[in-house]
Design a protein around this ligand. Structure first.
Ligand code: HEM
Ligand SMILES: *[C@@H]1O[C@H](CO)[C@@H](O)[C@H](O)[C@H]1NC(C)=O
Ligand SMILES: *[C@@H]1O[C@H](CO)[C@@H](O)[C@H](O)[C@H]1NC(C)=O
Ligand SMILES: CC(=O)N[C@H]1CO[C@H](CO)[C@@H](O)[C@@H]1O
Length: 517
């Protein structure tokens, strides 16, 4: 009789052979090559869990493939390294689609009813009929350069300016950078979006949001959410009831063009107040989850390195005019045109710290670039950090933070770095509609801080926090606290204005080329 050890060994061996066979034999010759690691299915899972984004970068370095297949439990996943292939995939809006992923997110995380999901999911891949696919076009006017954007960014900046005014009145104040930025940016973004009846003016609603947000991933994975995300679900219910009241009383009519267009979009698809209250939770997520860590890393880079700080401060000070009564006036609309280094720094923050992963679902067998077969029901993953660390695109300094990298005047930069290689706001059919707004908001925030306050770390030195990579945001979260002292520079009276010129911030290829999206 064989001993237990032999039985265990034999079954391990058989399992291994089976996994190996599944990973390789089941693979068609024209599919992207499979990378299985030492134990098929298990190694990639362990790699991704422990290394997060760095796993994709390591695989790119180790194998140098333009595209490859990762076999893990669940559907097969194609990971795209090559920018050229990413651009080709971007064109297959209907066959390599984003909408099923959005639909799943609404289903799992927003607590929408079956009827709501039916309305949202109907004809999802038809350009003029699908809810998600027609969303960007229907709401574009709310956040693209023009009156919609003007109103959004005016309110956001006023909110921040007011808050900094109060802070200055208190003299020196110590804050924790992330918590502080989170509150400032959240308050400004929500005020701009929802207007005078913004539900988030009530602190308990802001608190509910930040109880809800960290549980999103648990809801998305859908593993025992009732137990593991109990608080999160409770917070969601209270947020939904706030939105129910907001839309019931038609408060959105006094809100931004953006929120009004979103509401009209919903009405067009037959969604009522109850449905809208649920989808709005997703809109808050889209507009805040990347904005907060983005603003944090921007301020971190601007203040923690002295050259960056000096360059940015010099530019910001140029926006200030002091009249003979000693009133300082700053025109924040000019951050977009008159602060090229500040702008370049923000773009570099998006390149260097950006970790967004574009995910798509293959709707039917599709061949790209005349050679790679992508099979139906597979996932396609395009990690931005892979493109953003590619030395063949960014040169030998790809792994360094260079705040002047995106300066137009910098020698050779325009020729060597194609605008399309910058993927901080996505690209192609799925381009972030909030990009102009959020860029203006963050740059104006930084500029105002630069001119009004001395910002120094409580601990003598700036110590960069460790990064916590989350699977579903465009930036990592800082793991350590950063305590900072803010001291007003002067006792002058400050006036914050925005001159009128409806320009956007052109960071993506689509903006530079003037492509409508
Ligand atoms: C620094 C802040 C932000 C970053 C880095 C960012 C980044 C992105 C990226 C990379 C995508 C594309 C995702 C993909 O390809 O799968 C995206 C989509 C989106 N973003 Fe942003 N975003 C930011 C702020 C905002 C804001 C402030 C709003 C709203 C006011 C917003 C609304 C959206 C929406 C609605 C989509 C989905 C677009 C679609 O369905 O076509 N984002 N964002
Ligand atoms: C929340 O927003 C982020 C950023 O847009 C996105 O990556 C994530 O998938 C969203 N989460 C859900 C559950 O919709
Ligand atoms: C951005 O690009 C558009 C279209 O190409 C152009 O009209 C606009 O002036 C540019 N904005 C800035 C700030 O350069
Ligand atoms: C992109 C941008 O900054 N747009 C506008 C922001 O708001 C001010 C005030 O209305 C406008 O002047 C900007 O053009």
């Amino acid at each position: 009789m064989p001993s237990t050890a032999v039985v265990i060994l034999a079954s391990l061996g058989a399992t291994y052979a089976l996994l190996w066979a599944l990973a390789y034999l089941n693979q068609q010759p024209n599919e992207p090559p499979a990378i299985a690691g030492s134990i098929p299915f298990i190694s990639p899972l362990i790699g991704l869990t422990t290394e997060k984004e760095n796993y994709y970068i390591r695989m790119r370095q180790a194998y140098g493939l333009p595209i490859y297949t990762l076999r893990m439990p669940g559907p097969r996943t194609y990971v795209v390294n090559s920018l050229r292939l990413i651009q080709l995939i971007d064109r297959h809006i209907h066959t390599i689609a984003f909408t099923p992923i959005e639909l799943r997110a609404v289903d799992k995380t927003m607590g929408a009813s079956k009827e709501t999901l039916d309305k949202i999911g109907r004809d999802q891949l038809l350009a003029d009929k699908g809810y998600f696919i027609s969303f960007p076009r229907n709401v574009a006017a709310g956040a693209s350069p023009g009156p919609g954007l003007d109103a959004l960014n005016r309110t956001a900046i006023e909110t921040i300016a007011e808050s900094l005014d109060k802070l200055a009145a208190n003299g020196a104040t110590t804050i924790e950078l992330f918590d502080w930025v989170r509150h400032e940016v959240f308050a400004a973004t929500m005020e701009a979006t929802y207007g005078p009846h913004n539900p988030f003016r009530r602190p308990e609603n802001e608190k509910a949001w930040f109880t809800f947000e960290p549980g999103l991933m648990v809801l998305l994975v859908d593993f025992l959410p009732g137990i593991l995300a109990k608080e999160c679900l409770k917070a969601r219910e209270s947020l939904i009831s706030e939105f129910r009241e907001y839309f019931q009383q038609e408060r959105h009519l006094e809100g931004s063009l953006f929120v009004r267009l979103r509401h009209e979009h919903n009405v067009r698809f037959g969604l009522g107040v109850e449905d809208t209250a649920h989808t709005e939770v997703g809109q808050v997520n889209a507009s805040i989850s990347n904005t907060v860590p983005g603003a944090f890393w921007a301020l971190w880079e601007i203040f923690a390195t002295s050259i960056v700080f000096e360059d940015c401060q010099r530019e910001a000070l140029r926006l200030v005019q002091t009249d003979h009564d000693g009133v300082c006036t700053i025109d924040l609309a000019k951050v977009r045109t008159d602060c090229p280094i500040l702008l370049s720094t923000w773009q570099e923050v998006l390149r260097f710290h950006g970790t967004s992963i574009s995910a798509r679902l293959v709707q039917k067998d599709t061949v790209i670039d005349n050679q790679y077969l992508l099979k139906k029901d597979s996932m396609v993953i395009m990690p931005t950090s892979v493109t953003h660390t590619d030395k063949s695109i960014w040169g030998p300094t790809a792994n360094q933070f260079d705040h002047k990298r995106f300066l137009k005047s910098k020698k050779g930069s325009e020729n060597t770095v194609p605008a399309a290689a910058f993927r901080g706001f996505g690209g192609g059919a799925v381009l972030c509609p909030g990009r102009h707004f959020v860029s203006t908001e963050i740059l104006a925030f930084a500029a105002l801080l630069l001119v009004r306050f001395n910002v120094r770390p409580v601990k003598e030195k700036w110590i960069e926090p460790k990064k916590d990579y989350l699977m579903n945001t465009a930036f990592p979260m800082p793991k350590n606290k950063v305590y900072v002292e803010l001291t007003p520079k002067d006792r002058m009276k400050w006036k914050v204005i925005f001159s009128d010129n409806s320009k956007g911030i052109n960071l993506t290829r689509e903006d530079v080329d003037g492509i409508e999206s």
